[in-house]
Write a protein that binds this ligand. Structure first.
Ligand SMILES: Nc1nc2c(c(=O)[nH]1)N(C=O)[C@@H](CNc1ccc(C(=O)N[C@@H](CCC(=O)O)C(=O)O)cc1)CN2
Ligand SMILES: Nc1ncnc2c1ncn2[C@@H]1O[C@H](COP(=O)(O)OP(=O)(O)OP(=O)(O)O)[C@@H](O)[C@H]1O
Length: 187
């Protein structure tokens, strides 16, 4: 199936979820995450949820990370060059929704990509090899290419992997894990 057909398919699947399901499944994903062998690190990069797109609600993960006293990194998107600038989340971090409804830090203490140990990756679809499809601007492909080679990439999805083939571009950086409400996939 083409990437654009898969984007449509998974947007439609997400759109069918009720608020209750979004909540329950997001909590289940956060609980599954606790089973992963990734809790010794210091710097964890998280995306904040675009509620309007019915993305996984990462608030539960945020609570786990702060409960474990981890350093949490958030990004601000630059739509001129599809790059991300990373900031440490502190008590003083002001969060504002951008034009795409993404809650983002306005500014703060900048953190370089090569410091980050674990990245939670947003996605629309992924396959059984850990290749992913996002909204199609390549933000995460560029960001992950800039991270250290052993950075741990964890996709979050309400759905199991897509079984039909899709073309994987040469820039695609595959996931190490994908976590769904039901289980953890390791690639
Ligand atoms: N929560 C979250 N933050 C993230 C991402 C993400 O997927 N989720 N991104 C991952 O790369 C980057 C932002 N990527 C984006 C790329 C395109 C559009 C966009 O074109 N939005 C259109 C239409 C959306 C649609 O396809 O339905 C719009 O809002 O009008 C938005 C965000 C960085 N931050
Ligand atoms: N490392 C990179 N350097 C330069 N351009 C890149 C890089 N990675 C991806 N791109 C470009 O970004 C565009 C979108 O890539 P792709 O279709 O793989 O996005 P996606 O994985 O669906 O989206 P996203 O990463 O935003 O969630 C493509 O035109 C691709 O050439």
């Amino acid at each position: 199936m083409s990437k654009s057909a898969l984007r449509k398919k998974y947007k439609a699947l997400r759109n069918q979820l009720t608020d209750q399901q979004l909540d329950d499944f997001s909590i289940a994903i956060a609980n599954q995450l606790l089973k992963l062998p990734v809790w010794q690190a210091r710097y964890y990069h998280l995306f904040l949820t675009i509620a309007e797109q019915k993305e996984v609600d990462t608030e539960f993960i945020l609570n786990i990370l702060s409960g474990k006293d981890k350093d949490i990194i958030l990004s601000k998107s630059n739509f001129d060059d599809y790059s991300l600038t990373h900031f440490l989340l502190t008590d003083n971090t002001a969060i504002k929704k951008n034009a795409y409804n993404i809650p983002e830090p306005i500014d703060g203490i900048e953190v370089p990509s090569n410091k980050i140990d674990v990245v939670f990756v947003p996605l629309l679809a992924y396959n059984t090899k850990g290749n992913r499809i996002g909204y199609g601007k390549g933000f995460y492909d560029r960001f992950l290419a800039d991270c250290k080679p052993d950075v741990i990439k964890i996709g979050l999805s309400f759905f199991p992997p897509e079984e039909t083939d899709f073309t994987v571009s040469e820039n695609d950086i595959s996931l190490d894990f994908c976590v769904t409400p039901e289980r953890v996939f390791e690639f």
